[in-house]
Design a protein around this ligand. Structure first.
Ligand code: HEM
Length: 486
């Protein structure tokens, strides 16, 4: 029997609750409300009760002590419209379906063996990016665009192997980036349909319609690729020019074979395969690119830190060598820079909303079943009780004890990838790619901002939180020979 009170919180207005008072900078507003009402508080948003948690100990209660209760999502209607009803890993409710697709993804695409098998694919893409950039020495480039396209190509290669389909898929990177931006924008603004179920069928803001339109666009890309691959696996392929995948099966092949298996405990459909592709292509690309951009912005803002990390690269990689993925474990200072950037600028400042499957007590208060529970990681990462000089960029703080700091969500003061059962499923790839891209950018070039410009570190809130102004920077010559990236 749950008898504790609901958490405290601001009153809001009748019917609409706190909805009209929501700010565009939600992460900051949620942090200020914690200063006023304490680390756990409630907001009524229309018909929906929302509880925000703002401290490491409260995070621990929901993602460790009571993780089973808090392992379902509270999906936005817009997200369901995009993912054929929530069939992807990110939005699927906790249960056998989610467990199966997450397991397939982690085991077949991101296990140590799979990542070793795709080592050269990642190397090829990063080296290609560096060669392209070399031809742009002295001109201004947009960092997040470069990082996005590199990551997109890596992911497409890992999905489709060295095939013609992979080449086709890679040719739509720029269009896909625009699509991902639009999707993130739609998911980041409050949608009346989420807070007043009775109004949902009217789709007042037109968000659901727009998402369905984008979903059709995605179908237009994935359907022909999947059809072509299905024909190929039946031996009717149109794979020309010796590009056919050799040896090991790529991830798409594995998924399509699972679809054909009649004995599978949880059968997987074509729609579910597409939803899973969305997880990988949307969940993986913009987050990675955003983090690369934040790190470069912090380094351009602090030239002494940039200099120090370039010295580390010169020392570990050598000025006569190009960066390889195997250098990564030795780049301790770069690793500390990444962690410090993840602390100050977590890509998902409020993670992904959770929905408890039963009422429970957290921080001494009742959280009723089906409440929207938000973990304010941005506040936790800047809590003056947990961090010395919390708003300063000091990578050294992560060098003192490396074992304590990883991305696995075991230290509740530092949760850039979340924690518990719903922790990011892509950590092994994200960690590799953010570091590999940055090491290559920083080792191959020196960087400066265009004449008369200043580095601006302000944020624009969104489900993925980006810089408010895209970072534009100019690469200049550093390594004498680009043959290293041939
Ligand atoms: C720097 C890059 C990345 C960051 C910062 C990041 C962060 C996150 C966060 C915070 C969550 C939600 C965790 C929670 O609610 O507790 C998440 C979920 C997820 N991420 Fe990532 N992610 C990154 C890259 C990737 C990549 C590369 C992939 C796939 C290739 C990926 C796939 C996923 C999936 C599938 C989920 C849903 C997990 C679930 O609900 O079970 N992410 N990510």
């Amino acid at each position: 029997q749950i008898t504790a009170r609901l958490p405290p919180g601001p009153c809001g207005l009748p019917i609409v609750g706190y909805l009209p008072f929501l700010d565009t900078d939600l992460h900051r507003q949620f942090t200020e409300l914690a200063n006023q009402y304490g680390p756990i508080y409630k907001l009524w948003l229309g018909k929906k009760l929302c509880v925000v948690l703002n401290s490491p100990s409260l995070a621990k209660e929901v993602v460790r002590d009571q993780d089973m209760i808090f392992s379902s999502r509270d999906p936005h209607i817009a997200a369901l419209a995009l993912t054929y009803g929530g069939f992807n890993i990110l939005w699927a409710p906790y249960g056998p379906y989610w467990r199966t697709i997450r397991k397939v993804f982690v085991r077949e695409m991101l296990s140590n063996t799979s990542l070793e098998d795709t080592y050269s694919l990642r190397g090829d893409e990063v080296k290609k990016t560096i060669r392209d950039l070399h031809s742009k020495i002295g001109t201004a480039v947009e960092i997040s665009e470069i990082a996005f396209l590199t990551e997109f190509n890596v992911v497409m290669s890992m999905l489709w192997g060295r095939t013609v389909d992979s080449q086709r898929a890679k040719s739509i990177g720029t269009e896909f980036r625009a699509l991902v931006f639009k999707i993130i924008e739609l998911l980041s603004k409050p949608n009346v349909s989420d807070f007043f179920p009775i109004l949902a069928r009217f789709d007042v803001q037109g968000v659901e319609r727009e998402m369905k339109r984008l979903s059709k666009w995605v179908d237009g890309i994935f359907d022909p690729l999947l059809e072509s691959r299905t024909r190929m696996s039946r031996g009717e392929g149109d794979q020309e020019g010796g590009m056919k995948s050799k040896g090991k099966k790529d991830f798409i092949q594995i998924l399509l074979e699972l679809k054909e298996r009649e004995d599978a405990a949880i059968p997987i459909t074509l729609q579910q395969i597409k939803a899973l592709l969305l997880d990988i292509v949307i969940g993986g690309t913009d987050t990675t690119a955003t983090m690369v951009e934040w790190v470069m912005a912090e380094l351009l803002h602090k030239p002494e830190v940039m200099k120090k990390v370039q010295e580390e690269l010169a020392d570990i990689v050598g000025l006569d060598n190009g960066v390889e993925e195997y250098h990564m474990p030795k780049l301790h200072y770069l690793d500390a820079i990444l962690k410090e950037t993840f602390r100050l600028h977590p890509a998902l400042p409020l993670l992904v909303p959770k929905r408890p499957n039963q009422s429970s007590i957290v921080g001494g208060y009742t959280i009723p079943k089906d409440t929207r529970v938000v973990l304010n990681v941005w506040a936790i990462h800047r809590d003056p009780e947990g961090w010395d000089g919390p708003s300063e960029f000091k990578p050294e703080r992560f060098l003192s004890d490396t074992s304590e700091w990883d991305y696995n969500g075991n230290n509740f003061k530092f949760l850039p990838f979340g924690s518990g059962r719903r922790i990011c499923a892509g950590i092994p790839l994200a960690e590799k790619m953010v570091m590999y891209m940055l090491a290559s950018l920083l080792h191959s070039f020196n960087w400066k901002v265009p004449e008369g410009e200043e580095i601006d570190l302000s944020e624009k809130f969104g489900i993925v939180m980006k810089k408010s102004k895209p970072l534009i920077a100019i690469p200049t010559q550093r390594l004498s020979s680009l043959k290293l990236y041939a």
